[in-house]
Design a binder for this molecule. Structure first.
Ligand code: ATP
Ligand code: MG
Length: 421
């Protein structure tokens, strides 16, 4: 019986990881323009963190977590997302003490027991940003602008920003009551999940894939009509900042979360051709999360991007830049003594920062030349008995086909010069 990778997980082989590295480099570049520093938190945390930080009524917590008991009998969970961990870390390191605004970004694997399909895996990677310490609507706009700048620099244009405000603990209860009144006579028409959502988290009915749109056309009350003065003004300012920098948005009253610590701005960035997996980025403000985790008040906002979905999108659009391949110096060697010399030269070249290869598969002369070709060597050098006796070897520039015979002791310096020139 052969062992395969678990369902919903993937291997990325060297031909594929080049795309990941390019994407990661682009992400790091854009994040640095916004003053974000990388944060790395553990891939598993106390289950309690996610129960409190994501909410016990969400699908992620009720159906999707990989939870296990460790040898000490503690309940641990593989992180299904990273916002709760970042806020936990922020509190644990008392970063609130300096009164500054902290901007973090992260990239790494998340784990959810989702039903595997294109763009949906059980281990997947997220890139995310969290900005903690300010309620300023300019921060909301800045976070959204960062995500969009990244997408734009990657060449993606057909993206739609969906925007909403989910209010705050002051105005949401009023809205919740209105919602419950509206749903009172409609309960039977809702899907099974939504019937239980009605009791636990009625706002969530709106983002149900089955019932949400239907309720909207049936005239469900909209949160934006019930925002308190502060939330309303905050939302208007976010929109004004976005407009100032030419970022179009679609107001989407169905973007809701419904837990107390999610406040004000909620947004998603969609790429329609991905269908059911069209959301490449989801984010929002969580001014109450820090307190939910037992900390001092620390307002924050962030987003997460599914990196596999982003790469799929880029691939579909033909936007993955070719991965640059380094060209080696290939040393062709015949006979044991020549191979020893070749091995020494190979390491000497590598020691000078030059990529070098030699045959390690016992190939014939012809086979080695083929291998050099296949590896797109830019220089080859050939060492046989004759060269050993003469203390020098021909170095061939594979591009120009020019060849020069160089003493062994000078070969590294010679190739260094050639590569630079
Ligand atoms: P969906 O509705 O597609 O399940 P979600 O609401 O669960 O998404 P978030 O929790 O907002 O997603 O996560 C942010 C992003 O992470 C998503 O927009 C998506 O790009 C990505 N993502 C979420 N779950 C998965 C998964 N199982 N596989 C791959 N990417 C995922
Ligand atoms: Mg999901």
């Amino acid at each position: 019986m052969t062992i395969t990778a678990p369902r919903g997980t993937q291997d990325f082989l060297p031909e594929q990881t080049g795309d990941w590295q390019n994407l990661e480099a682009k992400i790091r570049d854009v994040c640095s323009l916004y003053g974000c520093g990388e944060i790395r938190t553990p891939v598993f945390e106390s289950t309690e963190l996610f129960l409190r930080g994501i909410g016990e009524t969400t699908d992620v917590v009720t159906k999707e977590m990989y939870t296990f008991e460790d040898h000490g009998g503690r309940s641990m969970t593989l992180r299904p997302e990273n916002t709760a961990s970042v806020v936990r870390s922020f509190l644990e390191h008392k970063l609130y003490g300096d009164g500054k605004i902290h901007k973090f970004y992260y990239m790494g694997p998340m784990f959810r027991h989702d039903r595997p399909q294109a763009g949906r895996y059980r281990q997947f990677n997220q890139f995310g940003v969290e900005e903690i310490g300010s309620q300023d609507p300019a921060v909301d706009a800045e976070i959204i602008a960062l995500a969009l700048q990244l997408f734009r620099e990657l060449g993606l244009h057909d993206l739609v920003l969906h925007l909403n405000s989910v209010g705050c603990p002051a105005c949401r209860p009023v809205y919740r009551r209105k919602l419950l009144e509206f749903f009172a006579g409609r309960r039977a028409g809702l899907c099974e999940d939504c019937q239980s959502r009605l009791d636990r988290n009625p706002l969530r009915v709106l983002d149900c894939k089955e019932d949400g749109a239907r309720m909207l056309s049936a005239g469900v009350p909209l949160i934006t009509d019930y925002l308190c003065a502060e939330c309303k003004s905050h939302f208007e300012k976010v929109q004004a900042y976005l407009t100032e920098v030419g970022i179009p948005f679609t107001l989407d009253p169905r973007l809701v979360r419904g837990l107390d610590y999610y406040t004000k701005t909620a947004f998603e960035i969609m790429y329609a051709p991905l269908g059911a997996q069209s959301t490449v980025c989801g984010g929002g403000r969580y001014d109450g999360l820090s307190e939910e985790l037992g900390g001092l008040p620390a307002p924050g906002i962030g987003f997460a991007v599914g990196m596999e979905r982003l790469l799929l999108t880029l691939k579909e659009q033909g936007l993955l830049p070719p991965v640059k391949k380094l060209r080696p110096v290939f040393i062709v060697a015949l006979g044991d003594t020549a191979r020893e010399k070749a091995f020494g030269l190979q390491q000497a070249l590598r020691g000078k920062g030059l990529y070098a290869e030699m045959d390690m598969a016992g190939r014939s002369m012809k086979g080695q030349m083929k291998a050099a070709d296949k590896a797109s060597a830019d220089f080859t050098l050939i060492i046989g008995a004759e060269e050993l006796a003469a203390g020098r070897a021909p170095v061939r520039n594979m591009e120009t086909k020019e060849q020069e015979t160089v003493p062994f002791a000078e070969i590294v310096a010679y190739i260094e010069r050639q590569k630079k020139g």
